[in-house]
Design a binder for this molecule. Structure first.
Ligand code: FNR
Length: 182
């Protein structure tokens, strides 16, 4: 039986490279994992007042979807050397109400994706800081800073072989990490 793994994509752009990479990862994953891209773009900015009074339906939907998954993959761009607000907001929504975090103990991994040369290093490591606090065992190796992504898809939109091999190595390592830490 496949284990459901939530995939959070930190870009809302239709033509997002991060979304393309997430879809490639979903195809490359061993059949033991079922990668599910979870919608985060519809979550209102976290506000404890509205959460306490009457949680928006989108918060409840999101928390239920993450709770039903056994692990979490973060596929994130870098915005101003950090994690985009949309992904941080999703993390904040999932971490509340206090004591009911949906993240706790779920094996995680991060891949940062950028057209730039540094491969989203800053976003990758800022995100890692939150996952430490949220008690998510997060894969450390291989590190995955996917730079130069604009050159990794051919004219037909297919991923080039070298980049596919990099992603395969990453997702197989996550599969092993998941088995070890779940
Ligand atoms: C960026 N971009 C960017 N890239 C990078 O490598 N480091 C950075 O700090 C930033 N900062 C940044 C801020 C903002 C507000 C935007 C909109 C963009 C460029 C970014 O990597 C590029 O737009 C990617 O294509 C975004 O990922 P998606 O949307 O293609 O998945």
């Amino acid at each position: 039986m496949s284990e459901p793994i939530a995939v959070l994509v930190g870009s809302l752009r239709k033509e997002s490279y991060n979304l393309k990479v997430a879809k490639v990862l979903a195809k490359l994953a061993l059949t033991s994992l079922e990668l599910k891209i979870i919608q985060i773009g519809d979550l209102p900015l976290y506000n404890e007042d509205i959460d306490a009074a009457s949680p928006p339906q989108t918060y409840t939907r999101f928390r239920n979807e993450i709770s039903a998954c056994k692990g979490v993959l973060f596929v994130t761009p870098e915005y101003n050397r950090s994690t985009p607000a949309v992904i941080k907001n999703a993390i904040d929504v999932g971490s509340r109400p206090y004591g009911k975090s949906v993240w706790s103990k779920k094996p995680a991994a991060i891949i940062s994706v950028s057209p730039g040369a540094i491969g989203g290093f800053g976003a990758n490591h800022h995100l890692r800081q939150s996952l430490v606090f949220l008690d998510m065992p997060t894969m450390q190796q291989p590190e995955a800073y996917f730079g130069g992504v604009a050159n990794s898809f051919d004219d037909k939109g297919d991923i080039i072989e070298k980049s596919q091999a990099f992603l395969k190595q990453f997702i197989d390592a996550y599969s092993q990490w998941f088995e070890k830490t779940k």
